[in-house]
Design a protein around this ligand. Structure first.
Ligand SMILES: [Zn+2]
Length: 785
């Protein structure tokens, strides 16, 4: 099970090719990798962006925190009045010193709509999405004249997020973070620059409108800081700096929903500038932009050694016109190719969690290297890598969402081809990949803003029984000093049902599907540096190389190879029972998403199928006999129904979708033509041109209609979707085997989902001999092969 196994590959190559030829019935893994492949991609943003400096030339160690002057939770202003940020703005507009989109022509602004403070609305009906701003008064407000010795803010660059800034007093500035585009909130990520401060000048920054109630900023986390001057003089790159940091409930209420009277949270920090004429960047964590990714991939592909094993393909074009890519890494030979296992890595579903990209970069750099372990992995696995699932969000400085304003990692159940193309195509791709070969591992990389260290969320039916799902998590934790196994949880939370992790686990029956979370902070009150994140990636590969089987010995006796999986299961069985408490969930299904009606204003479906057209013709024909008045409200509803995958709306003032009023099956058929006709009569304006043509096929509308019509039914199914499970026990020698069978759906019935071993003493159940025989058969099957 180590790299030495590869030394005599060549001796068996003839056999391998013969075996390969006998397996011609299997579809080939993929075509031989193209050697030279460079995709030249522009970064597309909704608004003009300035370029960023090249932040990382080398990875330098983090400056020791000897000068740290943190005092957690200093004075907490308590203000129980019901002011919103809009009220704040009215009181302080004479102090406005920065607004992000000052020079930008924002097209038509909606009038009299100041519902939420910092929202940009991008309208995708036209070839170029038009950007609207709600809260127009701010745009008419002139900035207070900035003399050259005053400090100036900027955030018009990739991943930048600062909406506006107010000068409170000489060295105190109040900052407002921008909502995720097309949402009413999701404010947590910040990234802006400051120029014009003098050496020795200390400035207090108050970020007024954070979303989350808890933060590692109260436990010692400092903002990430990059000084251009310091980099030129001392080579310092991103580091953690700032002092007197506290995070507390803001006096300002969220503008939406106002009735709930929820408050924002405020981050306060101080920073002492070191140089005159400096430009200093501040961010939540070390930024990793879409451009950074493209540059990194280009260096990989320019490298004659590395590009042998790496190919790059366009998965889809996103709403914003950016390209979402999928990489393939494997040994560029036919030898044993048919036996290679599948491994899938994803990152940056959440754009404001750049840690995921560093971990991913560590993985890619390692897998394309000439390290013997990497070579072993390439010979035995085919890696499919989605390095940036949400480039639009990354480019435009969002925290959680894509441009359509929803959390992509809550869209995996039924992603919409048009609204969530990267999820739709990635899911389809992974499903196709799983038909081609066994996928043994899926890891989705994230950042966590409330817990320290790194850890995984896995999926398991029981938190009591230590099943196979935990094996790889423990192995990773053993090999990674920056990973904490006790922080890992293995649960199927209802709130996370639509995540990539739970959906892929359910649909593809892969035991090792994990969400890997890296803290924004670090471990034991020591900040993670970039190289630590990279090493987390290397260590994931390291763990995989320990456990993946050598395919050159597929048909030979592997008895000599120690079964690590077995060892870990036994070790897990001996570990004390933990409660699997997840008290730091980083997910928050937000009320910040736009309502269905608002989304319909922004997005339009495009084409009809022949089947739909026939419906429409038929309906037209029928209508000539019996004309029907068109209710504009229901037109909107049906349009909405066709556009929206799953209605995220929780607005009480909205009527339920029409389909929910017609729960009976028999009514669906009668309703269909009428609804489609209504959609056509809605006189659609220009179709969206920003989307890749392949994103929309003509069955789209029909599918939307089906989905919407079956919504009620599916909601009922959804409630019962957690498979009823049969856990059988058997004991042999000193261990008990647990076999979990899936009995929920027709196709999966009887399929074994997991086998686990725990030490004996717990078993007290007798089972029939036939069950036992069956179990022996299942347990004999190797989950790794
Ligand atoms: Zn995340």
């Amino acid at each position: 099970m180590n790299s030495n196994n590869n030394n005599n590959n060549d001796s068996s190559s003839e056999d391998d090719i013969q075996v390969y030829e006998t397996l011609t019935k299997l579809p080939p893994a993929n075509e031989l990798l193209p050697r030279k492949l460079t995709i030249d991609i522009d970064v597309k943003s909704l608004y003009p962006l300035k370029s960023l400096p090249q932040f990382f030339k080398t990875y330098v160690p983090f400056l020791e925190e000897s000068t740290q002057r943190n005092c957690a939770i200093s004075e907490t202003p308590i203000n129980d009045d019901n002011r919103t940020l809009l009220d704040y703005y009215d009181e302080n507009k004479q102090n406005l010193v920065y607004k992000r989109f000052d020079q930008l022509d924002l097209g038509k602004r909606t009038s009299n709509d100041r519902t939420y403070f910092a929202t940009l609305i991008a309208n995708f009906k036209r070839a170029q999405p038009r950007v609207y701003f709600r809260g127009e008064a701010l745009f008419d407000q002139k900035l207070t004249s900035c003399t050259s010795d005053q400090i100036q803010f900027d955030s018009n660059f990739e991943s930048g997020n600062l909406f506006c800034a107010f000068k409170k007093s000489e060295n105190v500035y109040d900052l407002v973070i921008q909502n995720d585009i097309n949402t009413r909130g999701n404010t947590q990520w910040f990234f802006f620059s400051v120029t014009g401060a003098k050496a020795g000048q200390t400035i207090q920054f108050n970020l007024l409108n954070h979303l989350k109630s808890g933060s590692l900023f109260n436990e010692g986390l400092q903002p990430a800081v990059y000084s251009i001057k310091d980099n030129q003089l001392n080579g310092t790159e991103w580091c953690r700096d700032g002092f007197n940091i506290s995070y507390f409930k803001s006096p300002f209420m969220k503008e939406y929903p106002l009735s709930l009277k929820k408050k924002y949270y405020q981050l306060r920090f101080h920073y002492t500038f070191k140089h005159n004429d400096d430009k200093v960047y501040f961010a939540h964590s070390y930024p990793y932009t879409y451009t950074n990714l493209l540059e990194f991939l280009n260096t990989q592909l320019d490298d004659q050694e590395r590009n042998q094993h790496l190919s790059r393909k366009v998965l889809c074009t996103t709403l914003g016109g950016n390209t979402c890519e999928v990489l393939t890494i494997t040994q560029n030979t036919l030898q044993r190719r048919a036996y290679r296992k599948g491994v899938v890595f994803l990152a940056r579903q959440h754009p404001g969690e750049p840690q995921g990209s560093y971990v991913m970069q560590g993985i890619i750099e390692f897998l394309t290297s000439n390290n013997p372990q990497a070579e072993y992995l390439r010979q035995n696995c085919i890696f499919k890598i989605f390095p940036m699932m949400n480039p639009d969000g990354v480019v435009n400085g969002n925290y959680r969402c894509g441009l359509e304003g929803s959390d992509l990692n809550r869209r995996w159940k039924k992603p919409n081809k048009y609204l969530h193309p990267s999820v739709y195509y990635a899911k389809k791709y992974v499903k196709g990949f799983s038909k081609e070969r066994q996928i043994i591992l899926v890891i989705d990389l994230h950042g966590h803003s409330r817990k320290q260290s790194s850890f995984v969320y896995g999926c398991a039916y029981s938190s009591q029984v230590k099943t196979i799902e935990r094996v790889f998590a423990l192995l990773m934790a053993k090999l990674n000093p920056f990973m904490d196994y006790p922080s890992c949880t293995f649960r199927i939370e209802n709130s996370k049902d639509k995540t990539a992790r739970i959906q892929l686990w359910r649909e593809l029956k892969i035991n090792w599907v994990y969400t890997y979370e890296c803290s924004f902070y670090g471990q034991q009150k020591k900040h993670f540096q970039v190289k630590d994140y990279l090493n987390c990636g290397v260590s994931i590969c390291n763990a995989l190389s320990q456990i993946v089987k050598d395919t050159s010995k597929e048909f030979t006796n592997q008895a000599n190879v120690p079964d690590i999986q077995q060892q870990i299961l036994e070790e897990l069985g001996k570990m004390p029972q933990t409660d699997d408490q997840d008290n730091g969930s980083d997910s928050s299904q937000s009320e910040a998403e736009l309502s269905d009606d608002e989304l319909v204003q922004l997005f339009q479906p495009k084409t009809y199928t022949t089947k739909q057209k026939n419906y429409l013709k038929q309906q037209e024909f029928n209508n000539k006999k019996k004309p029907q008045p068109v209710n504009p409200k229901s037109t909107l509803n049906s349009q909405k129904a066709s556009i929206l995958q799953e209605s995220p709306s929780k607005n009480s003032d909205q009527k339920p979708p029409m389909s929910s009023q017609k729960p009976k099956n028999t009514l669906y058929r009668i309703q269909a033509p009428q609804r489609l006709r209504q959609i056509e009569q809605a006189k659609q304006p220009d179709p969206p041109l920003m989307v890749d043509k392949s994103v929309q096929t003509d069955d789209w509308m029909y599918r939307q209609w089906l989905i919407q019509m079956g919504k009620m039914k599916k909601q009922q199914e959804f409630l019962s979707v957690t498979p009823t499970r049969n856990i059988y026990k058997s004991s042999s020698q000193s261990v008990t085997r647990f076999i979990v069978k899936n009995s929920s759906t027709k196709n999966d019935r009887g399929r074994v989902d997991s086998i686990s071993l725990v030490s004996s003493g717990l078993q007290n159940k007798l089972i029939s001999s036939s069950q036992q025989r069956q179990m022996m058969r299942y347990s004999g099957s190797n989950f790794m092969s």
